[in-house]
Design a protein around this ligand. Structure first.
Ligand code: TRH
Length: 385
């Protein structure tokens, strides 16, 4: 395995929201804790970082948290490390690039996640830089063994299983969030999506008494998510702790929580609506049915990515199950009328027990690709030879 005295600088610029820092923070911690690498995370937005990791001091130019050295972007190191990871093509500072020419590191561009087929052909490709003697390598996360795999901590699945098998631990978790799970067999849904998701229609569908044959629904929404739809449903501001019950649905706003607690929320719910990249991956490790709201792109490029993932995720499903998932995910990403959502929701909802089973097998299939940190370390080790 990689020598532990190798230094690694991981550069992250927050484009928006929490996924960029979410992915980098997870990777940084894993490389420190599981591989003993000296990781420095250089980041340009400590405020976004603090949302998912409350111990971050937004004023500090340099700080150490959970074994990771963290530099504000404006206080980036001036000496190049042995390994440099540029997250999502974030463009390294000019001075740092100059330092890299003097002491060339292994330079990796960690790319965005996509299930599109071209990813396999580009994974680990070398890109010689025309302006210097440096070479940058592309490293793609993904869903096949021809990609870098997905971020997965060594102990995560064991921790998940222990939590999901421990009714008292789950009850304590909900109590800590001030959520009353009543009745105990209520269907618990977490909701994390972009502002253009058809949330008003979803909440109407979930509250309708026509579905009272199904168990009551408790929908948990982190503060700041689907704010308009949630406050319209509540009839009051969508702030943490606010809740209301209408028809079959109880809706409650949760505080935006630290990353590890958000994982637990995904493990504890019966269905998770997730978005972007990181929560999307974590929902897959939760082993529970999930629905992806993909990050919207111009010219509907995101819908191609959505279908690429659906193709690989549903490959081993029965035709009926495949249709219920594909139709519901399409509706969630493109439609907004209550009528359209209602029909597809009923079919999807009926398929949830089978999806629960399927989710476990899907997780096993993903794990067989090796996890991203392990694959990355192997790639680096081979370059260091
Ligand atoms: O927040 P996202 O939409 O982030 C990203 C960025 O927008 C990025 O620019 C884009 O390219 C990418 O999506 C596709 O969604 P994501 O990726 O799911 O990241 C959310 C992070 O926030 C994830 O690490 C989980 C964390 N989180 C918490 O820590 N606590 C919470 O309460 C919630 C709801 C999320």
């Amino acid at each position: 395995m990689l020598t532990t005295n190798a230094s690694l600088h991981l550069f992250c610029r927050v484009v928006d929201n929490f996924g960029d820092v979410g992915v980098c923070w997870r990777l940084a911690r894993q490389l420190v804790h599981e591989y003993g690498v000296a990781v420095t995370l250089i980041i340009d937005d400590l405020h976004s970082f603090q949302k998912i990791c409350p111990e971050i001091d937004v004023q500090a130019a340099v700080q150490q948290t959970q074994g990771v050295l963290i530099h504000d972007w404006n206080a980036a190191p001036t000496q190049a490390a042995d390994i440099v990871i540029e997250a999502f093509g974030c463009a390294l500072p000019a001075d740092y690039l100059t330092a890299m020419v003097t002491r060339p590191p292994i330079w990796i561009n960690l790319e965005y996640l996509s299930a599109e087929e071209w990813v396999e052909g580009c994974h680990t490709l070398a890109s010689p830089q025309s302006s210097s003697s440096l070479v940058k390598y592309f490293f793609f996360p993904g869903f096949s063994n021809q990609t870098g795999g997905l971020l997965l901590e060594r102990d995560l699945i064991r921790q998940r299983d222990a939590f999901q098998q421990d009714a008292a631990a789950m009850a304590d978790f909900f109590t800590s969030l001030k959520v009353q799970v009543s009745p105990p067999d209520a269907c618990k849904i977490s909701l994390f999506c972009y502002p253009d998701a058809p949330c008003v229609s979803l909440l109407q569908v979930l509250q309708r008494d026509a579905y009272a044959h199904a168990s009551p629904v408790i929908c948990l929404v982190p503060e700041g998510v689907a704010v308009e739809a949630v406050s319209a449903f509540l009839g009051k501001p969508a702030i943490a702790g606010a809740n209301a019950k209408r028809g079959n649905l109880t809706l409650q706003v949760l505080p935006f929580m630290p990353q590890a607690d958000y994982d637990k929320l995904l493990w504890a719910c019966d269905l998770n609506f997730v978005r972007g990249e990181d929560s999307f991956v974590r929902a897959q490790w939760a082993g529970r049915p999930f629905v992806w709201h993909i990050y919207p792109q111009t010219e509907a490029a995101h819908l191609v990515k959505l279908d690429a993932f659906l193709k690989c995720y549903t490959a081993n499903m029965s035709p009926d199950m495949e249709r219920s998932v594909t139709d519901w995910w399409h509706v969630w990403n493109t439609e907004n009328t209550e009528q359209t959502l209602s029909a597809q929701w009923q079919t999807f909802h009926a398929a949830m027990p089978q999806l629960q089973e399927y989710g476990r097998d899907w997780g096993q299939q993903l794990m067989a690709n090796g996890d991203l940190a392990a694959n990355l370390m192997m790639f680096i080790k081979n370059r260091l030879k």
